[in-house]
Design a protein around this ligand. Structure first.
Ligand SMILES: *Cc1c(COP(=O)(O)O)cnc(C)c1O
Length: 350
């Protein structure tokens, strides 16, 4: 495929550093765990890991699955820590232990798997125990917590695991629900302490709650979206936070009153976006049809092959961010960026 016909996602290192710094300042003294699932929300793990570590001083990373976490691990300094919380098979768990990846553990069978992997590898597993505080996705329910704690403490005494943390995930459906969840969380930590463990990494909040609900922050805050400049759908603007990526597509043909641009559904552009206004050198124009690899918008005087149009993000034209686009089709900004395929060329700049 001719590169000149491809859409481009331009990513700003400087803005990434600014966002991470704004998040760190806002959360302090809680430590940022930079969440990097889905290829660092579509921006690329290697670049984000390098910039975050070297230029923003991040030393705690969250990779979701073990494969992602191993990639981060290989990219960052040995003294940094990487957390993987997806339940995985024994092979992967052993790889994680050998590489020094911390594991989130939210079921008794998985605790047993981690203990077995520790015995096979001879590595003490650093684990963060997960209490279910209402989301019912994964995590030990409060009625099962005492037994889970007892087995974890026994494994710690045996040297198989080190209980490094306790964590949970908030539903963020209402402040009242989150308050209750936080209470359950604190009770679970307290029980673990009484049983003789001293977890230092307590984490409950993601972007929105970390930013807006300081009283819910633990010693660690897991933040992805806001660091990439993706605000919450229907949420307010965030001081010091801006989108770090702009998606442009080239004009590849002009046919009367239509301009054909080189981006389509195969690039990850949701076809439900047809009808939105996007930025051109002459102001906004309506995106009239989204095809497979090309789309059409209303032409403008002087429209020329090779011109760029702005689908979203900072630039000279266009008003959309990934989040405003998402809002127009009832989804979230993360969804817009992470579904962009590898056909979209990533260009890293200052
Ligand atoms: C994705 C994720 C986060 C980060 O959420 P953001 O809203 O992007 O900050 C935090 N914790 C868990 C468990 C997640 O899956």
């Amino acid at each position: 495929m001719d590169e000149m016909n491809q859409p481009v996602l331009r990513i700003s290192r400087t803005q990434l550093i600014k966002n991470i710094t704004a998040v760190q300042n806002r959360l302090a003294p809680s430590t940022l765990m930079l969440i990097m699932k889905d290829d660092a929300y579509g921006h690329g793990i290697d670049m984000v890991a390098d910039v975050a570590q070297r230029q923003a001083g991040v030393s705690l990373f969250g990779g979701y699955d073990i494969a992602t976490s191993l990639q981060i691990r290989s990219r960052v300094e040995p003294s940094s820590r990487v957390f993987a919380w997806a339940t995985s098979d024994s092979d992967e768990v052993e790889q994680a232990l050998r590489a020094g990846v911390d594991l989130g553990v939210g079921t008794l069978p998985y605790l047993h798997r981690v203990i077995a992997a520790a015995s096979i590898t001879g590595v003490t597993a650093k684990v963060h125990l997960k209490i279910d505080t209402g989301l019912r996705r994964n995590g030990v329910r409060s009625e099962d917590w005492p037994e889970f704690v007892a087995q974890a403490i026994a494994a710690q005494h045996a040297g198989s695991i080190e209980i490094a943390g306790v964590w949970s995930h908030l539903a963020e459906a209402s402040d009242a629900d989150d308050d209750l969840a936080a209470e359950e969380f604190r009770a679970a930590v307290e029980m673990l302490r009484r049983a003789g463990a001293h977890p230092t990494d307590l984490h409950l909040t993601a972007s929105a709650a970390s930013w807006w609900r300081p009283e819910l922050r633990g010693s660690v805050s897991r933040v992805g979206a806001f660091c990439y400049g993706i605000r919450s759908a229907d949420g307010p603007e965030l001081e010091g936070i801006r989108p770090i990526a702009a998606l442009t597509a080239p004009v590849i043909g002009v046919d009367g009153d239509r301009a054909v641009i080189g981006i389509g559904a195969f690039d990850g552009l949701p076809s439900t976006l047809s009808g939105i206004e996007i930025g051109t050198t002459a102001g906004n124009r309506q995106l009239q049809r989204i095809g497979v690899t090309t789309s059409e918008l209303a032409a403008w005087p002087g429209a020329t092959v090779g011109d760029d149009v702005w689908i979203f993000g900072p630039g000279h034209h266009g008003e959309h961010s990934a989040t405003t686009l998402a809002e127009s089709i009832d989804t979230v900004g993360e969804e817009i960026i992470t579904r962009l395929t590898s056909r979209v060329r990533r260009v890293i700049g200052d």
